[in-house]
Design a protein around this ligand. Structure first.
Ligand code: MN
Length: 228
């Protein structure tokens, strides 16, 4: 045991279907990866290179736990996303090899303090406090990659209090899962335990305390959280 001067932090982890935990190292997120969402955010969805931001691993919220409404915001938005869990690391991963680095898949919510993010965008400041706050990454149960062999299609949807808010298909990802892994691995060496939130389709909107969010990706799973 190293001579830590304070107790080391707990390892963040995602529950795995059938038992066990997937330990999490880093959380990467893709920005504007569906054309209609890029348009609703006032951006041009042309196929510019993908861009990434990150959340701290301890932002994860598991087990369909309630999500506390975050401080310093009056505009908490939902972003329903497919999440990829990296099992085998690497740099400069070829697109053709990329899916072989995936341990599994799950669903997640990239919860966003949109007011803080928009203010940061306007001033050319970092997005971190709009995106990477406490409990900002509700996440579902992980399934092994073999159970979802083709991440290029599948319905993705989110309801709030039973009403549909987001609905699209993974086939509309601007950058596919394989392309995203390949590109990100050129920027950083991916490592086992890394998660990638792959971007959200159109329909993002604000939620308030008491709202119940229920999301799904066909063939992957479901997630539920109540804002409290
Ligand atoms: Mn997102």
């Amino acid at each position: 045991m190293p001579d830590y001067v304070i107790a080391p932090p707990a390892i963040a982890a995602v529950p795995v279907e059938g038992g066990g935990l997937f330990p999490v190292r880093r959380i990467f997120c893709v920005g504007r990866n569906y054309a209609e969402h890029a348009r609703e955010m006032g951006a041009d969805p042309d196929r510019e290179p993908p861009f990434f931001f990150a959340k701290p691993a301890d932002a994860l919220l598991t087990g369909d736990a309630d999500m506390p409404y975050p401080p310093m915001s009056n505009s908490l938005h939902h972003e329903m996303e497919l999440v990829v869990a990296i099992g085998t690391g690497g740099a400069d991963i070829a697109e053709a090899d990329a899916l072989g680095h995936v341990w599994g898949y799950t669903v997640g919510l990239d919860m966003t303090r949109r007011d803080l993010q928009n203010a940061a965008k306007k001033e050319g400041k970092p997005w971190d406090m709009g995106k990477g706050f406490d409990h900002s990454a509700p996440i579902g149960t992980l399934i092994p990659a073999a159970k979802f062999p083709d991440p290029t299609k599948g319905r993705i949807a989110l309801t709030v209090n039973g009403a549909i808010r987001q609905e699209s298909d993974l086939s509309k990802l601007i950058w596919s899962v394989a392309e995203t892994i390949a590109y990100l691995s050129r920027l950083v060496r991916l490592a086992p335990g890394d998660l990638i939130y792959t971007g959200t389709p159109e329909g993002v909107a604000a939620v308030v305390r008491g709202d119940v969010l229920e999301g799904m990706v066909e063939g992957v799973g479901r997630i539920r959280t109540k804002i409290v």
